[in-house]
Design a binder for this molecule. Structure first.
Ligand code: ADP
Ligand code: F6P
Length: 482
């Protein structure tokens, strides 16, 4: 994965999802690029840093020859599959990670705990620990990612210890970490927090998430947390900090220069001549506030009948976690609302909403970002939201306006360059869209430049390199100050 800045450094990255997803088509295995913020951020790091990336390949492979084929095709991208049985993977990924843990991490109420999925979660974390402890050498840096693997640091440390190996273990969470009281809804929370505390360094997207974690360690486990960013628990010193995750903005700038993308941009601009384009790109997930977005847009159309046929919302809803009932129900709800909005506001000249429930190719995504006057992101909670960064990376010409929910982690850093609003307040959302449409060129330029500087400064490469450097220091001095 790219050239290495430090050839002597041995780095293993672990996440549930690999950068490539594998599908079996007519008896052969085909790979495609995975979507999501985690893959985007780690793929951006590949340019400067070499690592092996361990994760679940996304499908069951039983036959040994098939396994060798999958290993070979992933190996070309330095990715290593950890094979799981279908039932176990389903209970771990859909059952516990996405139906129980994900909603709690995003402040959603009404979650019902079930012991079966929790046992599957433990088992999968154990299998990951066994695989990685086998291949890691003493001195290898191990960087674990996200909520699917929260107890892995503890299990891994134990396995490594049994094998007489010592490795620094880092962990990064790509979701919010909720305030302590909300976290109490999860009966197994103590296991998860203790699992994390076997890490040497734990990274969060914002100071708020980090502080929620520190406060939970103190209140739930009685850990000592008087020194900022340090957690003392059971004779171990754990460091924690905010690491701003980002994108690779150059990838977008280069894509926008390609002749086919330029041609596509030109044709879209002609198609939408005289029409203001609002774009939204989100995984189809409750946390993205898509229901709220459609209702807010409906309110905006109600409030501005003079703008009929002059504004269009192009909403890409990328299919996600489709085996989970709540995600299927959300899709049905969204198609219904989308139909109603067009039924109410369409004219023979056109429809105000283009709702696309599918994944679009990267070049098309870049073209859409580039032609849009506004990007509307309505997350009810969101770890960071890298789509907001990507929109900015494609706006050098147009200086489009980012209308960003105050609940996206990105809003912590982008408030002055965007138009913030509360996603549950449709009136506020409608007013925010109106404000964005009416911003004068000078103000749009000022906001754009603020965001551009932030996005260019906080790249995924910088995020990864900073974390790895800090982890490496921890490996050299595990008891030294953070
Ligand atoms: P999340 O991690 O919750 O999905 P983010 O906004 O942080 O949310 O990241 C979404 C990422 O998924 C973005 O980098 C976006 O470009 C990417 N993405 C969206 N659609 C596709 C697609 N069709 N193929 C690949 N990546 C995609
Ligand atoms: O943002 C949290 C996250 O889990 C990311 O780690 C991941 O990129 C994204 O959501 C998509 O999730 P999944 O792996 O379930 O498709």
């Amino acid at each position: 994965m790219g050239s290495t800045s430090d050839p002597k450094r041995n780095l293993i990255i672990v996440s549930n999802r690999l950068p490539l997803s594998i599908k079996r088509v007519d008896g052969t295995f085909q790979t495609s690029l995975s979507s999501g913020g985690l893959v985007t951020s780690l793929s951006g790091l590949c340019k400067s840093t070499q690592f092996q990336w361990f994760g679940w390949p996304g499908l069951e492979v039983k036959d040994s020859q098939d396994r060798a084929d999958v290993e070979k095709s992933l190996g070309e991208h330095h990715a290593v599959p950890i094979f799981l049985d279908n039932d176990l993977a389903h209970e771990h990924y859909n059952g516990f990670s996405n139906r129980i843990l994900w909603p709690i991490l995003h402040y959603q109420s009404g979650v019902i705990f079930d012991d079966g999925p929790w046992q599957a979660y433990r088992r999968v974390n154990e299998l990951f620990a066994n695989s990685i402890a086998d291949v890691a050498e003493s001195g290898t840096l191990i960087w674990v990612h996200d909520y699917h693997l929260m107890i892995l640091p503890e299990l891994l440390r134990n396995r490594l210890h049994e094998k007489g190996k010592h490795c620094a273990i880092g962990f990064s969470l790509h979701t919010p970490f909720p305030a302590g009281d909300f976290w109490r809804n999860l009966p197994v929370r103590k296991h998860l927090i203790e699992g994390l505390l076997s890490s040497d360094l734990i990274g969060f997207h914002t100071d708020e998430y980090k502080q929620n974690f520190i406060d939970t360690c103190a209140s739930l486990l009685g850990a000592r947390t008087e020194i900022p960013n340090q957690i003392q628990y059971r004779n171990r010193l754990v460091c924690t900090d905010k690491f701003i995750v980002g994108i690779d903005p150059q990838k977008f700038t280069e894509t926008l220069q390609k002749p086919d993308v330029r041609a596509r941009i030109k044709s879209l601009e002609e198609r939408y001549k005289g029409v203001k384009v609002i774009v939204g790109v989100d995984r189809l997930d409750h946390i993205k506030g898509l229901t709220q977005k459609l209702k807010g847009f409906d309110a905006f159309l109600d409030n501005n009948p003079d703008l009929r046929n002059k504004v269009v919302l192009i909403q890409v809803a990328v299919p996600s976690r489709e085996d989970v009932k709540e995600y299927q129900e959300l899709e049905t709800e969204l198609s219904t609302i989308a139909g109603k909005i067009n039924g109410k506001h369409a004219t023979p000249e056109g429809t105000p909403l283009l709702y696309m429930h599918r994944s679009v190719p990267f070049t098309e995504l870049a073209a859409l970002y580039s032609i849009a006057d506004i990007c509307l992101l309505t997350s009810t909670r969101d770890g960071m939201n890298l789509v907001s960064f990507e929109y900015v990376a494609c706006q050098a010409q147009r200086h489009g306006v980012l209308v960003l929910s105050e609940f996206a982690g990105a809003a912590t850093f982008m408030r002055d360059g965007s138009i913030p609003f509360h996603p549950a307040n449709t009136t506020e959302m409608s007013e925010a869209i109106t404000k964005a449409l009416n911003l004068d060129a000078g103000e749009r330029k000022r906001k754009y430049e603020y965001l551009r500087d932030f996005v260019n400064k906080n790249t995924s490469a910088k995020w990864g390199e900073t974390f790895i450097e800090r982890l490496s220091q921890r490996g050299k001095r595990p008891d030294g100050p953070c």
